[in-house]
Design a protein around this ligand. Structure first.
Ligand code: CDP
Length: 203
């Protein structure tokens, strides 16, 4: 069975948690496409050329430590605005999306560019303050000393760049279901996403 769940949305909206839960529920494969841009951004921070870095990316790079830092997130967002970098990363993502057995991909342009034919499209969002609060808690748990104000500024800078770029800007597909999780806990957000997938699978 070919079945793609596209989950897009701004930084720290809960896409990752929802994607992993949906993939586990239905036995689908999961690809966090942010890691592709983070791994490319990290190579650029180490001095590589952005396009060469994207072309040289290996699947193992996505499992590397240290991809979740704010510096790497900003570097990811900068390389993600370069059209040639995005183009170099499309084929891998498309193949993953249409693999046999079902796939969940989360990112910014999955429902609009990578897989416009996805069977289910969700755009997961939440207020800036709620998203910053969630990311700050994660960073505290990981032992980083960032302040809430710094986290909020980092998210807003990245969202602005991701939404304004010309190449595959972050936006909800016309046929996406928008899930605002500002007032939802994770269990409620996951059950809304699972219900959307179940509804389409049963259709
Ligand atoms: O985890 P968080 O939501 O903060 O970010 P991420 O999903 O890991 O993505 C990091 C950065 O990669 C984003 O800010 C985007 O600039 C870029 N990205 C993208 O352009 N397209 C995607 N499909 C996924 C990520």
């Amino acid at each position: 069975m070919i079945f793609t769940v596209a989950i897009d949305g701004p930084a720290a909206a809960g896409k990752g948690t929802i994607s992993r839960a949906v993939a586990a529920e239905f036995g689908f494969a999961h690809l966090d496409t942010g890691l592709i841009y983070r791994a490319t951004g990290r190579r650029v921070l180490e001095g590589e050329d952005p396009l060469a870095a994207a072309q040289a990316l290996e699947p193992e790079d996505l499992a590397a430590d240290g991809l979740r830092t704010p510096e790497v997130a900003q570097a990811a967002s900068r390389v993600a605005a370069i059209p040639e970098v995005r183009a170099a990363l499309v084929a891998f993502q498309r193949r993953f999306a249409r693999r046999e057995g079902g796939a969940v991909l989360d990112g910014r342009d999955i429902g609009t560019v990578i897989c416009p034919e996805a069977e289910v499209k969700l755009f997961v969002t939440a207020s800036d303050e709620v998203r910053a609060g969630r990311r700050w808690h994660e960073e505290q748990a990981a032992g980083h000393g960032t302040t809430l104000a710094e986290v909020l500024a980092e998210l807003r800078a990245r969202d602005a760049r991701d939404a304004a770029r010309e190449a595959a800007p972050m936006r909800a597909a016309a046929d996406a279901v928008v899930l605002d999780t500002s007032e939802m806990d994770i269990a409620a957000a996951v059950s809304a996403a699972v219900a959307a997938v179940r509804g389409r699978l049963g259709a």
